[in-house]
Design a protein around this ligand. Structure first.
Ligand code: CFM
Ligand code: HCA
Length: 534
């Protein structure tokens, strides 16, 4: 693998090669080498990253159905974020609000860039309010807003005051705010925490109450998790933010546990809620049948109730036979095959569990925009150097709430849970679970992906829409782990079965053998020759 690493960077100019080499690491799960992450992409390199606005508006706020999300900026930014992420939602009744299908924008023009856009923004907020009377309106700043200096927060305060019964708040999530969409996650967490969480003290009935953090209901993933929680008798107070509502999020501080699916996008919320309200958090993974069972058991162990533990075992016993029947049939066809996973900030880790259930090995993986803790584990947090780009993002000063702080578990109880193997307020990252000598690459470039495929010829490559057709033209099937190629859900027991079937169909499809990859062609076909042939 170190030769492979050499091969990946030897075409780069010396300075670029030096920088990229720190983000390309041969794994050793015992030592866990350092991975350079969350740093600027070298200009000129084709990255798969997005911007801070995408992380704030598209990822964290976008999935909640009853917030009107107004994008302050040119129309292109809005169009980009319009339903492309496949975050599904299910209103209580057809009469209930659902703004997800709408696209709200101030449609900023040159004139507003020159003379300012605040007036236009106020008009847009008023118009949205008159049309829908929503509970909340959020404003998202795109790049030009920061450049011309429109004060979206002042506009939000003024309009909130004026409207009276509508929560209006803004986000300074201009695309350039950070090195990737990761900055937007942090900005979104801060805003949701400041303006929403804690606004409603109504307590939902239920004995075991939790919030599901970092689950955005892509392809219906949250529906399957909700089904399982309900079956176990666990009350879901709020989801952040898939299939969720303003009311639920405002109520989140009444739960007794936060479980985190996507650590990268929402770990800030977990920490802030722990400090302010005394709610511990626990990392879970509902991607993979075994991981789902493990996560349900962890939740039962946290609550420490014998009846709940028995119920969880009963649910697992009921769900597993259907999974086993399918995997027993499929696994002989997928066993021994190889996969590469390059996705945003957590799926490159989570989906390795599904591949291992299929008997497949993940030989290379990486995130687009995660931080070192997502690779190496949260214990490296104190060692991470805070650079100028990270310093730009506000770090909220949170303290215990004088009235609402109530530690759900005492220090001794938390220690006891930790001794039982429950990782409280912790995440061990991706690398400890990957095999020795596998490759870990942060913010992989297009060039490096092609090189890796040429060298390893994996049976499947997992990434997004930007990589899909380039990779498939190389004769390697590409599974989109962002949009799921319009399939899913892939969480829970039902989702695992969906995934096994989809991967079986892809890696065992004879069509890939009929495509000649560039390295298999002896001579480039002339355009003329291909006309004659067809
Ligand atoms: Fe978390 Fe996500 Fe992901 Fe992410 Fe994303 Fe996404 Fe993703 Mo695309 S929140 S980090 S910013 S799991 S949109 S639902 S698929 S890159 S791996
Ligand atoms: C985003 C959203 C995205 C893009 C997916 C892709 C998603 O980064 O703004 O490139 O295929 O999951 O929809 O990550």
């Amino acid at each position: 693998p170190s030769k492979i690493k050499e091969e990946l960077i030897n075409k780069y100019p010396a300075k670029v090669a030096k920088k990229r080499s720190k983000s390309i690491v041969v794994n050793d799960p015992e030592i866990v080498p350092e991975v350079q992450a969350n740093v600027r992409t070298v200009p000129g390199i084709i990255t798969q990253r997005g911007c801070a606005y995408a992380g704030c508006k598209g990822v964290v706020l976008g999935p909640t159905r009853d917030i009107v999300n107004i994008v302050h900026g040119p129309i292109g930014c809005s169009f980009y974020a319009w339903l492309t992420r496949r975050n599904q939602t299910r209103p209580e009744t057809p009469e209930h609000e659902n703004y997800i299908t709408y696209c709200f924008s101030t449609d900023m023009q040159e004139e507003h860039v020159v003379f300012g856009g605040e007036k236009k923004l106020k008009v847009a907020i008023q118009e949205a309010y008159d049309l829908f009377h929503p509970k909340a309106i959020a404003i998202f700043s795109t790049c030009p807003v920061g450049l011309i200096g429109d004060d979206v927060h002042a506009v939000a305060r003024e309009m909130k005051e004026k409207l009276g019964d509508c929560n209006v708040f803004g986000f300074s999530c201009e695309g350039y705010r950070g090195v990737s969409q990761s900055a937007g996650h942090h900005i979104a967490n801060n805003g949701v925490f400041k303006h929403m969480v804690g606004n409603n003290n109504e307590v939902k009935p239920g004995k075991f109450k939790l919030n599901l953090l970092g689950e955005y209901n892509i392809g219906g993933d949250a529906f399957e998790i909700e089904r399982l929680l309900e079956k176990c008798g666990i009350t879901l107070v709020a989801s952040f933010s898939g299939n969720s509502t303003v009311g639920a999020i405002e109520n989140a501080h009444t739960a007794d546990l936060n479980v985190i699916m996507c650590h990268r996008s929402i770990n800030y919320m977990g920490d802030m809620m722990e400090t302010k309200y005394g709610i511990p958090w626990m990392k879970v993974n509902f991607v993979g049948a075994e991981s789902t069972a493990k996560s349900l058991r962890k939740i039962a162990e946290y609550f420490g109730d014998e009846e709940l533990k028995a119920k969880v075992e009963e649910v697992i016993a009921e769900e597993v036979p259907a999974v086993k029947a399918i995997i027993d049939e499929i696994r002989p066809r997928t066993e021994g095959k190889t996969a590469m996973l390059f996705v945003g900030g957590s799926r490159a880790h989570h989906y390795q569990d599904l591949f291992s259930e299929l008997g497949m090995t993940t030989i290379a993986a990486g995130y687009e925009f995660a931080h070192r803790d997502d690779y190496e584990g949260r214990e490296v947090l104190p060692k991470i150097k805070i650079d100028a780009d990270s310093k730009n993002i506000e770090e909220l000063k949170v303290t215990a709430d004088p009235e609402l702080y109530n530690p759900r578990k005492s220090k001794a109880e938390l220690e006891e849970l930790k001794a039982k193997g429950l990782e409280i307020n912790g995440y061990e990252g991706m690398m400890k679970q990957m095999m020795k000598k596998t490759l870990v690459v942060d913010d992989i470039s297009h060039y490096e992906s092609e090189k890796l495929i040429e060298m390893y010829k994996p049976d499947i490559f997992c990434a997004g829409i930007k990589e899909k057709y380039v990779v498939q033209k190389m004769g390697v099937p590409l599974k989109q782990l962002h949009s799921y190629d319009y399939g899913g859900p892939y969480t829970g027991f039902k989702g695992a079965v969906n995934f096994y079937k989809d991967i079986d169909r892809m890696v065992n499809n004879p069509v890939w053998k009929m495509i000649k990859a560039p390295w298999e062609k002896s001579e480039p076909e002339s355009l003329e020759a291909s006309y004659v042939a067809s």
